[in-house]
Design a protein around this ligand. Sequence first.
Ligand code: GRF
Length: 203
Amino acid sequence: LRIGVLASGGGTNLQSIIDGCQSGRINAEIVTVLSNNPDAGALQRAAKADISYQCINHREFDNRDDFDSSVVAALLDAKVELVVLAGFMRIIGQRFLDAFPGRIMNIHPALLPAFPGLHVQQKALDYGARFSGCTVHFVDGGVDTGPIILQAVVPVLDDDDEASLSARILEQEHKIYPQAIQWFAEGAIRIEGRRVIIDNTRQ
Ligand code: GRF
């Protein structure tokens, strides 16, 4: 399976996927890493792992469509079969979605449909939630609204702050994202409307 990873930040999710592919736990190859942020740590992680990477800076485009077209072109050139968003801070436009139907995944650091959007670890704390967690989902036209593939739950502790809760969630992100990608690589994932069915009987 040929994967393209899009990241805007430090890239610890990217790193867990790099490690998974290199260890054979994920039967896939990251063929390109793209970032809209020239300073993204994710680009340095790609370089260190000898993976081809590219910065496509959204500030250099007049509008979202032109930026999307440039990203889609780079992904198609690399013959990407699964697009993995790992802390990618740009909304995926319709043109992008149409180019990869049912083939774009995202990870969100909350238990969707609770707390979509940004700063969701703090939102869970402010709300007084007793548990939070993370969600791997397919990307659709909404923000954090696509069919859910896998989730992990973590407790919210009384002395938690945004940093401690985010770290506990991130630890689970690094487990469930590689797992979801491996299931996709095995062809074990089926989407039925809103439901995602995992067929683990396939070996
Ligand atoms: C993660 O918390 C992820 O859930 C969110 O952005 C963060 C990315 O972190 N989408 P990293 O760049 O993978 O370390």
